[in-house]
Design a protein around this ligand. Structure first.
Ligand code: 0O2
Length: 219
């Protein structure tokens, strides 16, 4: 392959990846707008924090090789759907569905796939709601639709996943059975905590409504 051809390929790849960076910026902005708007209307903020990551060119190419996808940009766009990743961490289980509905209800977001690892927890204990969405990104000379993976989970699920991720990498995927069992147990405890917090949240909510109607009836 000639040096000039290599240079063109490199430029095309850099331009391709830039689209995903812009898609992350777009989704993050949309989520921040939803957060502020929801907070203003309901005086309640369901989102604890929003994070994002752009897959490195090396891991994009590694995934293409591992999954045997064709090595061209069109095939990568079609098959590798987690190049742009946005993570939304919320306080309560019920917030997850609310955030999902707010995002899916937007005209400029199309949900391509939904994976509910909360109803169907992964065997290792992993829990999260994954949405693969596509959003239009306006470039200087065109508009392209870019896929973004949005992971929505509670603080407890996020805490579990970040520790599991570290352990998985430390053992290069070969986690010893005793640690695997402990992780599965920790996932169970995380679920119990989430359910307890949801219960408390409901009680506080009901209390607030009762106090409000009592105050209204005094007016
Ligand atoms: P990172 O470092 O977060 O970018 P595949 O990508 O093919 O292995 P698939 O089927 O395309 O998997 O997607 P899946 O399993 O629905 O979700 C992939 C992403 O979800 C992962 O991205 C993780 O972020 C997260 N995830 C899925 N399963 C687990 C798990 O068991 N533990 C933890 N901690 N995270 C998980 P990456 O690119 O693997 O990692």
């Amino acid at each position: 392959i000639a040096v000039d051809d290599l240079r063109v390929l490199r430029e095309q790849f850099v331009d391709f990846m830039l689209g995903y960076k812009f898609a992350i910026d777009e989704v993050t902005t949309k989520i921040n707008i939803l957060r502020e708007d929801f907070n203003n209307t309901h005086e309640y903020n369901p989102i604890e924090h929003v994070g994002s990551r752009l897959k490195s060119p090396e891991s994009v190419l590694e995934k293409v090789r591992r999954k045997n996808y064709a090595m061209n940009l069109a095939a990568i766009r079609e098959n590798v759907l987690d190049i742009a990743g946005v993570r939304v961490v919320c306080s309560f289980i019920s917030d997850i569905g609310a955030i999902r509905d707010m995002l899916a209800g937007r005209e400029d977001i199309t949900v391509l796939e939904e994976r509910d690892y909360i109803t169907h927890r992964k065997p290792n204990g992993y829990q999260s709601l994954h949405l693969i969405v596509s959003i239009p990104v306006s470039r200087s000379d065109r508009t392209e639709r870019i896929p973004v993976e949005i992971q929505i989970r509670t603080i407890a699920m996020d805490f579990w996943a970040s520790l599991e991720h570290k352990i998985y990498y430390k053992y290069r995927g070969e986690v010893p059975p005793n640690l695997r069992a402990d992780l599965a147990q920790a996932a169970e405890v995380a679920t119990q905590l989430d359910e307890k917090m949801e219960g408390l949240h409901r009680q506080v909510d009901r209390g607030a409504h009762t106090r409000k109607s009592e105050a209204d009836s005094l007016d």
